[in-house]
Design a protein around this ligand. Structure first.
Ligand code: KG4
Ligand code: ZN
Length: 353
């Protein structure tokens, strides 16, 4: 049996997981609530919190899986991309542990791991659990990234489309901020959108060539729309409303505004995914990343899948947002392929594939 201990610390979640022969035995995640009052992740605070959490988190993952340190065959960790201070805590811990146990070290790319979360077997017992066949496409939507990835094998994938400015998660969070909602606002937009009319306000769809995305124009159009208290939603700078009228407008129309913003973000994402499937001829299609928790996106994705005869896949919720389970499954496939790193490997805030 091959047992992998995995560590994820790229942003504000400290997580450890144990994977045995491709099955996830434990996936423990410690969230950092300290950032809420700052309206976003504060890198220095995130690093300090990782230092506090990492030992108990690894300990809990081992105990939940019923494993001892001596059962571990390899240690996998997130090497890039992410906040450098946060990555360094996880990578230094992983290197020290691998050296002390005298087992191989496996460096994992966080975005590749989000894609491979789709290969994690479902945790609910007895659930029908088909997995995507290679090659498959994955729309990875998170707070820092928006990518369409073509995955040819667990160790071979390429980005065929990505955002040229903001990520989809940022589009949700920044829109929420403009509406006066707390960080992270994505889940709140999702919640209010359920009660609203997605067709009430029409935000423009950017005309970006190929498979790339752009969300910064949407952000601007929402800004002007709110400053005009809904009287105009296009790129008009003559503000017609007072701040009081603006706040009143938001209060009285929150559900419809959230539903309309969410609808536009979803159509931007899915129209490019449809194009990617058409260009590549690939019909096994996955979602990944924190934004794939969005109920509107999940529903629209399934509907598009039915319409175009795709086989659609979305990871279990716990494997959509940042987690070490996805690092563990990626580590497992890298272990099988003999892709190990030496102890001099360093964390990197940005890294190509
Ligand atoms: O993948 P993730 O957990 O962390 C990153 O690597 O960025 O994604 C976090 C992002 C945040 O922008 C958050 O607002 C968004 O995912 N998110 C959602 C929902 N749940 C999380 N966005 C829309 N609807 C949701 N239900
Ligand atoms: Zn992520």
């Amino acid at each position: 049996m091959t047992v992998i201990l995995a560590i994820e610390s790229s942003c504000d979640e400290t997580s450890a997981a144990i994977c045995a022969d491709g099955k996830i035995l434990s996936n423990f995640i410690a969230n950092q609530t300290i950032h809420e009052k700052y309206g976003g992740v504060v890198p220095e605070l995130a690093s300090r919190a990782h230092i506090q959490h990492i030992v108990p988190v690894v300990d809990t993952a081992l105990k939940t899986a019923g494993c001892k340190l001596t059962d571990i065959n390899a240690v996998a960790f997130t090497q890039s991309p992410g906040l450098i201070g946060s990555l360094l805590v996880g990578s230094q811990f992983a290197k020290s542990l691998a050296q002390s146990l005298n087992v191989p070290l496996i460096a994992v790319h966080h975005m590749q791991a989000h894609v491979l979360a789709n290969l994690i077997p479902a945790s609910a017992p007895g659930r029908d659990d088909p997995k995507p066949s290679f090659p498959f496409l994955c729309l990875t939507v998170s707070g820092g990234h928006t990518q369409i990835v073509q995955c040819d094998s667990p160790t071979q994938m390429k980005v065929i489309g990505e955002t040229i400015d903001d990520a989809a998660g940022e589009a949700f969070d920044k829109s929420a901020k403009q509406l006066g909602l707390p960080y992270p606002g994505g889940p709140l937009i999702d919640k209010y959108a359920k009660e609203g009319d997605p067709g009430r306000f029409k935000f423009p769809e950017p005309q970006i060539p190929g498979l790339n995305f752009s969300f910064s124009g949407l952000k601007t159009s929402i800004l002007y729309f709110l400053q005009n208290a809904g009287k105009s939603h296009l790129y008009k700078e003559e503000f017609t409303a007072t701040p009081e009228e603006r706040d009143e407008f938001i209060k009285n129309n929150l559900a419809d505004i959230c539903a309309s913003i969410q609808h536009r973000i979803i159509t931007i994402l899915l129209n490019k995914l449809k194009k990617a499937s058409w260009i590549t001829g690939i019909k096994d299609i996955c979602l990944a990343g924190g934004v794939s928790a969005n109920s509107g996106l999940r529903k629209a994705f399934e509907q598009m899948g039915e319409k175009y005869h795709w086989n659609t896949f979305i990871p279990d919720f716990q494997y959509c947002t940042d987690n070490a389970g996805m690092i563990a499954i990626t580590g497992y496939y890298k272990y099988l392929a003999g892709q190990f790193s030496d102890l001099s490997v360093s964390a990197s805030a940005r890294a190509g594939w």
